[in-house]
Design a protein around this ligand. Structure first.
Ligand SMILES: Cc1cc2nc3c(=O)[nH]c(=O)nc-3n(C[C@H](O)[C@H](O)[C@H](O)COP(=O)(O)OP(=O)(O)OC[C@H]3O[C@@H](n4cnc5c(N)ncnc54)[C@H](O)[C@@H]3O)c2cc1C
Length: 413
């Protein structure tokens, strides 16, 4: 019997498998889909998460498949720079900030798991439907992806629900929990081949949620056959009162109209929208924090535990940090149920604060403040509107809560 049954082969589940291997615990990963395909678009990994992956020996593999982000910059909808600060190593951190395709990150982790734990360590087409704790082990009920075939239960000492925002384990623990909460913001995401912009490794946030906001960053340093071009990940975010209303049903023409004037000398936003093969539309959702993740021999990790709106580049990063903390607790505490409880005690309050911060004061509060202080008009000089210290304090406050301020990470060295 394995020490740990990991439910879900996403970023959190795969990192957990590597962390457990590092500390000498056995595990198996059970993934619902029949075959892990590189889904999703870009994510940014901040230095607190990069540190965990570097300690797993993955820095070179990650560097090979991503961009080492140099700066994080904020612009108004007229393309005027409000504020820029260096990122990752460029800001003095010991570990980089990475901009990476989520699918590439997941496949890189999957490859490392199969290499280190063996080719059968990840079992696909196993959808967990529930768990039952016994005195000395836990049983996880499984069915196939289509739900047409039941598998016999698998057993382990503990089970960890890494099964994302629609977690089956969480549903078992909280059968009356409301549907995921719509934030009032709709997102459209795409990936487009575009000229290198700014440093060639810049993450930019432009505009405001009220009138239209765009987040953009490159996912590779250059294209082999066109060195002045990059694959740019972009997200358009707009306040839309109801998640299911028809606004944006024809995404391309809706976005083309909203962003038609956003041709700057440093970035062609209408061109980004036009050039995307596919535009995906998602409501921005999260869940209200719960006060307990651990039930006997099972607990939750990553989005299953603390789904957060993606406004602070922290969802995947926090799943990675959960995995590290959980592995440390499982190796330092003989009683596995106590280890799960200690993990929860450390991670639940910290991540609940981030869920709240992402709702109320994410870094892009700078954009909202700019809109209000300028009445949505171009400015002559940004120092007439903000002091440098005011702007810095907005991003610092978020870094403190999310646990990646330079001082916090230096303190851990
Ligand atoms: C638009 C957007 C932008 C984002 N940007 C960032 C960013 O810049 N930085 C960042 O850190 N995060 C970002 N995130 C968040 C990040 O993608 C998630 O927080 C992260 O993927 C969570 O990892 P996870 O492993 O918990 O869940 P997931 O990655 O969702 O993985 C869950 C896995 O479990 C499987 N599964 C589901 N149900 C079952 C079941 N019953 N049994 C077995 N397997 C199951 C799924 O198939 C999946 O493989 C963003 C999210 C969105 C939506």
């Amino acid at each position: 019997m394995e020490d740990v049954a990991i439910i879900g082969a996403g970023i959190g589940g795969l990192t957990l498998a590597l962390e457990l291997h590092r500390v000498g615990k056995t595990c198996k990963v059970y993934e619902a889909v029949p075959s892990v395909a590189p889904l999703g678009v870009g994510v940014n990994l901040l230095p607190h998460a990069s540190k965990v992956l570097a300690n797993l020996g993955l820095e070179d593999a990650l560097t090979a498949t991503s961009v080492l982000t140099e700066e994080s910059a904020f612009f108004n909808r007229f393309g005027q720079l409000i504020y820029s600060e260096p990122a990752g190593r460029y800001a003095g951190y010991a570990f980089p900030q990475y901009s990476v395709h989520r699918g590439d990150l997941q496949l890189m982790l999957l490859e490392a798991v199969r290499e280190r734990l063996g080719p059968h360590s990840v079992v696909t087409d196993h959808r967990a439907t529930g768990v039952r704790s016994l005195s000395d082990r836990i049983l996880v009920q499984m069915e196939n992806f289509a739900g047409t075939q039941k598998y016999s239960e698998v057993q382990a000492r503990v089970a960890i629900g890494c099964d994302g925002i629609h977690s089956a384990l969480r549903r078992q623990f909280y059968p009356d929990e409301a549907e995921a909460r719509y934030s009032g913001i709709m997102m459209w995401r795409g990936v487009t081949v575009h000229d290198r912009f700014l440093t060639g490794a810049s993450m930019v946030r432009i505009g405001s949620l009220a009138t239209g906001k765009v987040v953009a960053y490159p996912l590779n340093p250059r294209l082999e056959d066109a060195p002045d071009k990059q694959l740019i990940n972009w997200v358009a975010e707009i306040e839309v009162p109801e998640a299911d209303q028809s606004t944006g049903a024809d995404s391309r023409s809706y976005l083309a109209e909203v962003f038609k004037d956003w041709t700057f000398d440093w970035l062609d936003v209408p061109g980004l929208i036009r050039g995307a093969d596919t535009i995906l539309r998602y409501p921005m959702i999260d869940r209200d924090p719960v006060d307990r993740w651990t039930f006997d021999r099972a607990t939750l990790l990553g989005d299953a535990a603390h789904p957060m709106v993606p406004r602070g580049s922290n969802g995947a990063g926090q799943a990675i940090i959960d995995a590290h903390v959980l592995a440390e607790k499982l190796v330092s505490e003989d009683d596995p149920s106590r280890a799960l409880a200690e993990y929860e005690q450390e991670r639940l309050p910290a991540t609940n604060q981030i869920v709240h911060a992402n709702r109320t004061f994410p870094p892009d509060l700078i954009l909202q403040e700019t809109l209000e202080r300028t009445n949505d008009q171009p400015f002559d000089d940004v120092t007439d509107i903000f002091t440098e210290e005011e702007l810095r304090s907005i991003t610092r406050r978020y870094q403190d809560v999310a646990g990646f301020s330079l001082t916090a990470l230096e303190g851990e060295e």
